[in-house]
Design a protein around this ligand. Structure first.
Ligand SMILES: Cc1cc2nc3c(=O)[nH]c(=O)nc-3n(C[C@H](O)[C@H](O)[C@H](O)COP(=O)(O)O)c2cc1C
Length: 409
């Protein structure tokens, strides 16, 4: 049994829903128990069509429960709900998500969910059509608004041979998210009580009311930073050019242009412990914005460009002593050399470098491969989901900030 995990000694209720991915919760149970947690398995009646109660009883810290009515406990749901440090539901079926969002408590798992004030992590898995159904989307939004952590499914092979979004997140990601909930109560490596400002997406620089100069940034990496920083206990403001859901610990300010992003960021930066400038800010904008649509029959217009405000350089020039500034270098040439130049020129503490020409990293895709450049050092993180990259970078940055006295315990 490991004693180094933040899960050591924690009480976890592991709820298992009736989906094909139920078998994966056997491995999840094992990992959680190996991390030193006390895990109480609660299986829905449907899940028993996919996995056996005996397996969960054998591997769990106490026998698995499958009903409100047949246990030795007179009131099992309140005991489970009150004692839990966290409730993890994996897989969280469309049905469980709906019942929980509606406050329905008609079996042991949903009754326990309604009877707890502990954090809840729902690890969703279902067919693509179900995941994209408006009712599921609405229920997920409701749960997020209430502070539930939803780990979204990944894209890959689904039951029946289909390929699409719906596959249960990797066990590593699920465990890392649960660990993240408790890391924040250990000071070092935590973002508890910290104010974090994240920017995301590519800016759009208007040419006329219809057209703009833009770039291919999807905002996924920035949004992942905002979500993970909130999971690590931070109070997060996300300044984004792409719509993003506000949720537990994340306030969203939508902007469009580099100037709007500059205005939002500069108003907040002084109060911020950590700034993560993940947005792809245009370097140039049109000097003149036509108030009406430029007409084709007037011939090709001449667009004169001018520089936009350099947000990172500005932040570096006004950086308070106790603030950590993280910039990004999305490059097509030598990203690390460019990151090192940027680090010095902009007075940033870290620059996250990635090569946007790689097919599995950078713009629009769900994965990234980055090098974190700081001081005279650098650390390369292997290809991973953008949320995992965000968690790793945030943990690294927080540890560095405490160790170097930028943040005090
Ligand atoms: C073979 C099979 C696979 C299923 N897989 C899923 C799934 O991955 N996700 C899901 O939300 N529902 C899935 N369902 C539907 C659920 O089992 C069904 O909605 C059930 O009522 C869920 O009960 P529970 O939420 O109480 O566990 C599946 C059903 C069958 C027959």
């Amino acid at each position: 049994m490991s004693t180094s995990s933040s899960l050591n000694g924690k009480r976890i209720v592991l709820g298992v829903g009736g989906g094909i991915a139920a078998y994966k919760s056997i491995e999840l149970l094992r990992r959680l128990v190996d991390s030193g947690a006390f895990v109480s398995p609660v299986l829905t009646q449907s899940s028993l069509k996919f996995v056996g109660e005996t397996t969960f009883s054998a591997l769990g810290s106490e026998p698995a429960r499958t009903s409100l009515w047949d246990s030795g406990d007179p009131i099992p749901h309140t005991r489970l709900g009150q004692q839990a440090d966290v409730i993890v539901v994996s897989p969280a079926t469309a049905d469980l998500i709906a019942r929980y969002a509606a406050g329905i408590a008609d079996d042991l798992l949903t009754t326990t969910l309604v009877a707890t004030s502990a954090p809840v992590v729902m690890v969703a898995a279902m067919h693509t059509e179900m995941w994209q159904h408006p009712s599921v989307e609405d229920n997920i939004a409701t749960l997020r608004r209430r502070g539930v952590i939803v780990i979204e499914p990944e894209t890959g092979r689904l039951a029946g041979g289909d390929i699409g979004v719906g596959r249960l997140a990797t066990i590593e990601r699920v465990v890392a998210t649960i660990e993240g909930l408790f890391i924040k109560s250990n000071k070092s490596g935590s973002l508890s009580g910290k104010k974090v400002l994240v920017t995301a997406g590519g800016t759009r620089e208007a040419i006329d009311p219809v057209r703009y100069i833009g770039n291919r940034s999807s905002g996924k990496q920035g949004i992942a930073f905002a979500e993970q920083a909130a999971n690590f206990g931070a109070e997060v403001t996300l300044v984004s050019t792409v719509p993003a859901a506000a949720g537990r610990g994340v306030e969203v300010i939508e902007v469009e242009s580099a100037q709007e992003m500059f205005d939002a960021v500069s108003a907040l930066a002084g109060e911020t412990d950590l700034v993560v400038m993940a947005a792809a800010v245009a370097d140039f904008r049109s000097k003149i914005i036509s108030p009406t649509k430029i007409k084709k029959n007037n011939g090709a217009p001449q667009i004169v460009l001018e520089p936009t405000p350099d947000i990172l350089a500005y932040l570096g020039s006004v950086k308070p002593k106790n603030q950590v500034l993280v910039g990004f270098a999305a490059e097509t040439g030598d990203p690390e050399a460019e990151a090192r130049r940027k680090l010095k020129a902009k007075n940033a503490d870290f620059v996250v470098a990635n090569n946007v020409l790689e097919h599995d990293a950078g713009f629009a895709v769900d994965t990234n491969r980055v090098t974190l450049v700081f001081g005279d050092s650098q650390v390369t993180l292997a290809l991973a989901d953008k949320r995992d990259i965000a968690s790793k970078v945030l943990s690294f940055v927080a540890e560095w900030a405490f160790k170097n006295g930028v943040w005090s315990e």
